[in-house]
Design a protein around this ligand. Structure first.
Ligand SMILES: Nc1nc2c(c(=O)[nH]1)N[C@H]1C(S)=C(S)[C@@H](COP(=O)(O)O)O[C@H]1N2
Ligand SMILES: [Mo]
Length: 218
């Protein structure tokens, strides 16, 4: 057989190969385009600021419990071993804090909220969840937002156990809402039929908190 001629090496061919590998001109509706990745009014940071009410509870793993209660078919109290026995996963997501900093590419490991919902089976009437922290913090979230596939109860960040200032042993992560909805030191998840404001929501912050819609204040 004669030599097989390699694909012609014109500029156009090279460009077309590059477009294919970059999926240029394809609108990927799942992943926001790079230009749309930063919500309005936000700026990017590389470090990870600590924000809370100033009490950082020290919850040892043997004392740690997570209560899941309210409008569910099977209320649960998880100790650390039972929490670790639930299906574990890792998700990469961005943080958007209402104080205008955002931080990209955080790898969270823990239990997807969907796995928790499978375990407790919310009742038909459940529409909202109230998240409670060991520091007394509360924040409310619509059930649909809590149930998103990238929402989790995380115990690790970038492969390391979550530090106490950032909410260890375990915190909630709901990356598509402002970060105040991601309760640190999670102690209870309560399913409700109607919405009730949590700590910041009583103090003028939005009941939902979508950064893309700039739902900062009520
Ligand atoms: N339990 C608890 N969770 C909390 C808070 C808090 O004070 N207590 N602060 C919220 C706010 S306002 C923000 S911006 C984020 C900050 O998380 P970080 O300190 O890990 O950056 O936690 C949220 N979750
Ligand atoms: Mo915040």
């Amino acid at each position: 057989m004669d030599d097989v001629t390699p694909p012609s090496d014109t500029k156009l061919t090279q460009s077309k190969q590059r477009w294919a590998s970059e999926r240029k001109f394809i609108t990927d509706t799942d992943a926001p385009k790079a230009a749309d990745r930063l919500p309005p009014g936000q700026h990017l940071v590389r470090d990870w600021p600590v924000l809370d009410l100033g009490r950082q509870p020290d919850v040892s793993l043997d004392r740690w419990r997570l209560h899941v209660r309210g409008l569910v078919a099977r209320p649960l109290t998880l100790d650390w071993a039972a929490f670790q026995a639930l299906p574990q996963g890792t998700r990469r997501s961005d943080i958007h804090c209402v104080t205008t900093w955002s931080r990209y590419d955080n790898d969270w490991t823990g239990v997807a909220t969907q796995a928790l919902l499978d375990a407790v089976e919310p009742r038909e009437e459940a529409r909202f969840v109230m998240l409670h922290g060991y520091d007394g913090y509360t924040t409310n979230v619509p059930l649909e937002d809590f149930a998103r596939p990238d929402a989790m109860i995380a115990h690790s960040w970038q492969g390391q156990a979550l530090s106490r200032p950032h909410g260890g042993p375990a915190r909630v992560i709901i990356p598509h809402l402002y970060f105040w909805k991601s309760a640190k030191w999670i102690s209870a998840i309560e399913f409700l039929g109607s919405d009730r404001p949590g700590f910041w929501e009583v103090n003028g912050y939005h009941m939902r908190g979508d950064p893309w819609a700039e739902q900062r204040y009520s």
